[in-house]
Ligand binder design. Structure first.
Ligand SMILES: [Zn+2]
Length: 62
């Protein structure tokens, strides 16, 4: 298994679903961003695109 395979949950070794996941910071909902979500443990791993959208969103918010 490749360590760079973001599509597979490192905790469950299961293939994750590509979805938009809600992002919260300090309990405040900031929006939905592209992420892989593990169907087994529910962990969310934001994609590079998701992170990029998140940071541009946070920049605008300031
Ligand atoms: Zn998992």
């Amino acid at each position: 298994m490749s360590m760079n395979n973001i599509e597979v949950c490192p905790h469950c070794d299961k293939k994750m679903d590509l979805k938009n996941a809600p992002y919260k910071q300090n309990g405040e909902y900031l929006g939905d961003f592209e992420a892989y979500i593990c169907p087994s443990c529910g962990r969310v791993f934001y994609t590079n695109k998701g992170y990029a959208e998140m940071s541009s969103f946070l920049m605008k918010k300031k």
